[in-house]
Design a protein around this ligand. Structure first.
Ligand SMILES: C[S@@+](CC[C@H](N)C(=O)[O-])C[C@H]1O[C@@H](n2cnc3c(N)ncnc32)[C@H](O)[C@@H]1O
Length: 379
């Protein structure tokens, strides 16, 4: 069990990921200097300290959440689950004034109802705090101070404390969006999967609220994605005291000092002038400089320079598209020689109507829509 106060005590951490982005999340966490980073389906376990967990929340562009493992134990039934959760001392994190929420995932186990399993975990925690204080914490499903995650697989339970609070894709710069905005961490993952080098000029010609271009500019300028966030989950735990606040201030200050002003040309364009105004506001809030242009994809011209295009075209139920629209968009791209194109196609028509085969593709869901990130080298 982790030492609850010493911010340098060793911990097993877990970075939850959007499916399909685990490999690039591994690369990112290794680059950020975290140790024992391992590739898993659905997320990336690594080792570190509580302070490393803070840093991962601040610096990971791709993780959906950062969680700290509290305990693993056999859980063949609900009773064992209750007893296992009670072995953890929750009092450093939770008081009777703290709100909590529990989420559970159960796979291939006798405990197979995630709703009941979450209730059991909640009861075990609430009973422990009530026995300690005489009063019980309450549940807040929307915005709990402390979020607990339970995974049960093959009758073995793992209980995690969520360090992030609200999901990490919520950077705080996007006050307005269009109809089908992309999660910020998915945009960041697309840039890495596309193998963008942070030096070559980059264009998102269907930029919507500007997410991909903003993520690219923040990455190139080494702006830590969590710097604009109000508070992370761990900052709401009962044991987060003034010494921790000071350590967190210092960490934020250090990361601010590592921001570089140098970025390549990053252009955000869209056919829709209104959405471009939103993208401009979001870029200002994110502290990045982009070039903006109102323009249709059909009017794109080759710049004669090596360029990356990373984009998220319209598709699916939110923005209707047909094969002709897809064909028109892909035909315009196929004329841009010297371009690396990464397009998150949520309709099979994007791949079907392209005259070339993708260099590679990665399956990534965008919300509830099955997508392929298609990567082309246009010679
Ligand atoms: C799925 S949205 C992009 C969302 C964006 N990634 C974000 O995070 O907000 C697709 C965008 O493509 C734009 N669009 C559609 N057809 C276009 C075209 N032919 N040329 C340029 N932009 C187009 C739409 O106006 C819309 O903003």
């Amino acid at each position: 069990m982790p030492d609850k106060k010493n911010i340098s005590s060793p911990l097993e951490l877990y970075a939850a990921a959007i499916s399909g982005t685990e490999r690039v999340l591994c690369d990112e966490l290794r680059e950020l200097g975290f140790s024992s980073v391992r590739l898993n389906r659905g997320g990336v376990p690594f080792r570190g300290t509580w302070e490393d967990g803070w840093r991962a929340c601040l610096q990971s562009r791709i993780a959906a959440r950062i969680q700290a493992l509290m305990l693993r134990f056999p859980a063949p039934n609900q009773d064992a689950l209750y007893k296992g959760v009670q072995q953890v001392d929750w009092t450093p994190y939770i008081t009777h004034e703290t709100t909590i929420s529990v989420s559970a995932v159960c796979i291939g186990s006798a405990i197979n109802h995630s709703g009941f399993a979450a209730l059991k975990v909640k009861d075990a925690i609430v009973d422990q705090i009530r026995d300690e204080n005489g009063e019980r914490p309450s549940v807040d499903k929307e915005d709990a101070d402390v979020k607990i995650f339970l995974y049960v697989a093959n009758n073995k339970a793992a209980v995690y404390l969520d360090m992030s609070g609200s999901a990490l894709h919520k950077r705080g710069y996007r006050s307005q969006t269009g109809e089908a905005p992309l999660k910020e961490n998915l945009a960041a993952a697309m840039l890495r999967i596309a193998e963008w080098d942070r030096e070559t000029p980059l264009l998102d010609p269907m930029c919507g609220s500007g997410t991909i271009a903003i993520e690219a500019a923040q990455w190139a300028a080494n702006i830590a994605p969590g710097l604009a966030r109000d508070r992370f989950g761990f900052e709401r735990w009962a044991n987060f005291d003034s010494e921790d606040e000071q350590a967190m201030r210092e960490l934020r200050g250090k990361l601010r000092g590592e921001v570089s002003g140098q970025t390549p040309k990053i252009t955000a364009s869209d056919i829709d002038g209104e959405i471009l105004e939103i993208a401009k506001r979001n870029a200002r809030a994110a502290g990045v400089k982009l070039a903006f242009k109102q323009r249709a994809v059909a009017d794109l011209q080759s710049s004669g320079q090596r360029t990356f295009i990373v984009t998220n075209p319209p598709y699916g139920t939110r923005l209707e598209t047909d094969a002709d629209t897809c064909r028109g968009i892909m035909a315009a791209f196929s004329r841009l020689h010297g371009t690396r194109l990464a397009i998150l196609g949520g309709s099979p028509d994007y791949e079907r109507t392209m005259s070339k085969k993708p260099k590679f593709k990665v399956k990534i869901p965008n919300g509830d829509i099955k997508c392929d990130l298609l990567v082309y080298e246009i010679k």
